[in-house]
Write a protein that binds this ligand. Structure first.
Ligand code: GTP
Ligand code: MG
Length: 441
């Protein structure tokens, strides 16, 4: 899997890892090599261009961490961007309705039927009851293939009888599933050699009739450059919810895996890694990036160094907060570094007070909103949130595309943290006066 890409990148980075200094010219050289390696792996050229831009931007702007060689830090940057490129974190299927309908779409031979069977098996293991539905009415063999796979597995397969209309087969299979207490309907649709308007029309009709929870593009990882066009065509027609990449066990150069998410914005959710029924796995962008890049130990090393710096920063901030009280400016700065680092929880845990901010839940989406709110305040308001009276709050809400209620919630949570910091400060002073040891957090 991805051997040649992996091999090339690793040889670039083995050289760089040892560099004690990175000059602009050797950054440029490394970046050029990475670019070539990606292009050779069939990664879409626009995706490569964006990727390289991001790496460069970070490599040039970043200060070197203590205990880490600059070359190692560059490797970490590339690793991080590879993870981002492929979608950050693993995504399970959404099966939150009953019956949950999963529609598998894709070109001929991409692996839909095989994947349908694998999926049934996987879902069964999670305690659900799948129904396999052959919606490929063009080829008689298609039905037989699914029936025989289903029989081998002991999974239920819907028998369409003489019905030749894919949409009506799909619709009737859902009724069948309801009647037989089957909670997951897996639609195996017909494939074509090329993107075909007639097929798309059929799939669109199926979508609007059944409102599937998941519309998954089954894409052959060996397709190379073309995978991107296929994925965007299916996405435009059907607004897919994700992709399943098959044949990753083969001699794929990796381009599809690295481009689909970037081009469609839709995650790769599962990967097929063999012809056997259990060869279907959740796709983990971080593990995949590590596999491609190797260098696992370097990445860990840099992460550790980063954590140490963050700890120092957290302690410095804590000092400041105790002395002057918390201000929104600090909060915003902290948010920025959180966003850069990706990992919220570890830092929140290190920040006294912040982990207890009630009413401010800090998912990625909320974080963006909080950031927007604080950015819409004037510097004076950030330093002194008391200035924010009703009309100012309205202005901030308008400016940040949020509501006054949300601003209120942010400020309330904030006030709590501030009070807590003050109490901690007093407590500490009291202890010192009494000759006790300094308060330990
Ligand atoms: N090595 C490998 N082979 C796979 C994988 N997934 C599917 N295949 C093989 O790919 C071939 C085509 O698979 P099908 O499931 O029939 O593909 P399809 O998309 O249903 O094809 P049509 O119905 O003709 O459109 C079969 O020989 C499968 O065994 C995989 O993850 N790894
Ligand atoms: Mg098929």
């Amino acid at each position: 899997m991805f051997e040649s890409l992996s091999g090339r990148l690793q040889s670039v980075f083995r050289k760089i890892a040892g560099y004690g200094r990175l000059s602009e010219s050797n950054i440029a050289e490394a970046v050029r090599e990475v670019r070539l390696a990606l292009l050779e792996a069939d990664v879409n050229y626009k995706v490569v261009k964006d990727f390289i831009e991001k790496v460069k931007e970070q490599a040039i702007g970043q200060e070197t961490l203590r205990g880490v060689l600059p070359g190692q830090q560059l490797i970490k940057i590339v690793h991080e961007e590879l993870v981002n490129l492929m979608g950050v974190s693993a995504r399970e299927l959404d099966l939150s309705s009953s019956p949950a309908v999963i529609m598998l779409v894709g070109l001929q031979g991409s692996g839909k039927t095989t994947t349908a069977a694998k999926l049934a098996r996987r879902i069964k293991k999670k305690g659900r009851q799948p129904l396999l539905v052959p919606c490929d009415t063009k080829r008689a063999a298609a039905l037989e293939q699914l029936v025989s796979l289903g029989r081998q597995l002991g999974e239920a397969v819907y028998e369409p009888g003489s019905d030749r209309d894919a949409v009506s087969i799909a619709a009737r299979s859902v009724v069948f599933a309801e009647d037989h207490s089957l909670d997951t309907v897996i639609l195996d649709t017909a494939g074509r050699l090329h993107i075909d308007e007639e097929l798309m029309e059929e799939l669109r009709a199926m979508k609007s009739r059944l409102s599937p929870r998941e519309i998954l593009l089954v894409a052959d990882a060996m397709t190379g450059q073309d995978a991107v066009n296929i994925a965007s065509a299916f996405d435009k027609a059907l607004d897919i919810t994700g992709a399943i990449l098959t044949k990753l066990d083969g001699d794929t150069r990796g381009g599809a895996a690295l481009s689909i998410k970037a081009v469609t914005g839709k995650p790769i959710k599962l990967v097929g890694i063999g012809e056997k029924i259990d060869d279907l796995e959740l796709f983990h962008p971080d593990r995949m990036a590590s596999r491609i890049l190797g260098m696992g130990d370097v990445v860990t090393l840099v992460e550790k160094a980063q954590e140490a710096i963050d700890q120092e920063e957290a302690e410095r901030l804590e000092q400041k907060m105790r002395k002057h009280g918390l201000d929104l400016e600090d909060y915003l700065n902290q948010l920025h570094s959180l966003r850069k680092m990706g990992s919220l929880e570890s830092v929140l845990n290190m920040m006294p007070g912040l982990n207890q901010l009630k009413g401010v839940s800090l998912g990625e989406k909320e974080l963006k909103r909080v950031e927007a709110m604080i950015q819409s305040m004037t510097p004076g308001e950030r330093r002194n949130p008391h200035l924010l009276d009703g009309s100012r709050r309205k202005r901030v809400a308008r400016g940040s595309g949020t509501s006054v209620q949300e601003i209120n919630r942010l400020l309330k949570g904030f006030e709590q943290a501030r009070k807590m910091m003050k109490r901690m400060g007093k407590f500490q002073k009291g202890m010192m006066k009494m000759g006790g040891s300094a308060w330990q957090s």
